[in-house]
Ligand binder design. Structure first.
Ligand SMILES: [Zn+2]
Ligand SMILES: [Zn+2]
Length: 478
């Protein structure tokens, strides 16, 4: 088949095609409600094409025919009702239905890549809804599309998958990581993308967003030679599941010692995704599998932690290495074991804010985990409180996501938690301490554990086999 790279969208891609697809990445989303977006073009020529908004009275003569910009052109795009007000440099703004910016001389990013090369987009939200939420500037290669959403300007980046992956591996982790870690991250991210099994963003004008909801992507900001090498040398390489389909390779930051099953997190099995113990095959830590109420306290807080060889533990990946190797939006912290402490009134306030049925909560009486996965991640938490009228009310947080969302002001690191409840002499709950393990849903590759494996001299093929033991590597395009 004679189709150029990047000419098939990822949603239409099949293994038979044998070519690299392109991807539409949501950079600024409708939910961000951005009233204005400011861009600066790089030291290169771009073609600008606009389309007219029908029925707004905008005369076609107002729309420039596709034209080529000077280097360093600035664009100011404001959201108007179903349209965009576009100001190019200091010229009067024009009303457009949409806008497309493409490189006049399309060059493969990875062949010419420099950090911070591309179109500069100011104030891009990242870490939406999580504890690390921030606004950062980004530089993007490929084509940029701007559209009016219902609430704000929507910005979409269209680019070949391999170029996109260079911006993923340097955002999910740092480009300064050992190359084998970046190769493993690249293969896993490529597999997850090509599997395209999750129906996300089906109603949006893009395929995947730039955030943890999908995968982090932050353009060329942290691109370096190691990252480019990791992408190039694994080009087209993916994990296949036992039925030879591209494996839907979920991954998460830190498993805490044991990875989780998809069933415990999303209520469904996924071919080729199993739970593993994140330690060498001869490690004594295997005795903890599976985690139950009986061994949970020992798992979370036992003396064995001081000498453990678990790959994502601070013994293998010290805090200084996490700080050096984590992506730049992350804050180094102890993700392996952590505690969160609440006085009763703090927790009550949180529940009133986050749970619709708890608006009338007066006094929290109890909370307990009622179902867990094999990694200790809670699948259900039962709550009991007294409302303003003295009635006892019971409620259930019935998923890993819901538990993490409700039990923290922003988002709890993970649901692998135990509650230590303090009561006064009348049996009244006074405070709750959460002891927890890991960061993220814990399914698939543990990113900090994979870093620990590379620091221990293990290569990317063995890392893939460790986290996805039922998979095999295969090349799906040249
Ligand atoms: Zn998303
Ligand atoms: Zn781990």
């Amino acid at each position: 088949m004679n189709v150029a790279r990047g000419n098939v969208n990822i949603r239409e891609w099949t293994r038979d095609a044998g070519i690299e697809p392109s991807l539409r990445v949501g950079i600024i989303l409708d939910q961000d409600a951005m009233n204005a977006v400011h861009l600066r073009l790089p030291d290169q020529h771009y073609t600008i094409e606009g389309s007219v908004k029908k029925g707004t009275g905008a005369e076609p003569s107002e729309v420039p025919a596709p034209f080529v910009t000077k280097p360093h052109t600035t664009l100011h795009i404001r959201h108007a009702k179903n349209a965009l007000m576009v100001g190019i440099d200091d010229n009067p703004a024009i009303t457009l239905k949409s806008l497309r910016l493409s490189r006049t001389a399309p060059t493969h990013q990875l062949d010419t890549a420099k950090p911070n090369e591309g179109v500069l987009v100011h104030d891009v939200p990242t870490g939406r809804g999580f504890h690390w939420q921030k606004i950062i500037d980004q530089t993007l290669t490929g084509t940029i599309e701007l559209l009016p959403g219902n609430r704000g300007v929507v910005l979409v980046n269209v680019l070949p998958l391999e170029d996109y992956l260079a911006g993923v591996i340097t955002a999910e982790m740092s480009g300064t990581c050992p190359v084998d870690l970046l190769k493993a991250q690249c293969i896993v991210a490529r597999s997850w993308l090509l599997a395209m099994s999750e129906s996300k963003h089906d109603a949006d004008p893009f395929d995947r967003c730039n955030d943890d909801c999908c995968q982090r992507y932050q353009g060329t900001a942290d691109l370096n030679d190691t990252a480019i090498d990791a992408v190039r040398s694994t080009r087209g390489l993916v994990l296949l599941d036992p039925a030879d389909n591209v494996l839907d390779a979920n991954y998460a930051k830190c498993c805490g010692g044991i990875s989780e099953t998809p069933r415990a997190v999303w209520g469904m099995d996924k071919p080729g995704l199993t739970s593993i113990i994140d330690a060498p095959t001869d490690a004594d830590e295997r005795r903890f599998f599976p985690i139950t109420e009986k061994n949970l306290d020992e798992y979370l807080d036992g003396d064995w932690l001081r000498t453990t060889r678990i790959y994502c533990s601070p013994n293998v990946v010290p805090a200084s290495a996490i700080e050096r190797y984590l992506g730049r939006v992350d804050e180094a912290d102890d993700y392996f074991r952590w505690t969160v402490h609440y006085q009763r009134d703090e927790l009550e306030m949180l529940l009133r804010q986050k749970l619709a049925e708890a608006r009338q909560l007066a006094t929290l009486r109890n909370l307990r985990v009622t179902a867990r996965g094999v990694s200790g991640r809670a699948r259900a938490v039962d709550l009991e409180w007294e409302d303003a009228g003295g009635k006892i009310v019971r409620a259930r947080l019935d998923s890993e996501y819901r538990i993490r969302q409700v039990l923290h002001r922003k988002f709890l690191y993970s649901s692998a938690i135990v509650f230590h409840v303090k009561r006064d002499c009348h049996g009244q709950l006074t405070a709750v301490t959460l002891h927890g393990a890991g960061w993220g849903h814990g399914v698939g590759m543990c990113q900090i554990g994979a870093l620990g494996m590379t620091l221990s001299g293990i290569d990317f093929k063995h890392i893939c086999k460790h986290y996805y033991p039922e998979s095999r590597l295969a090349n799906v395009y040249q």
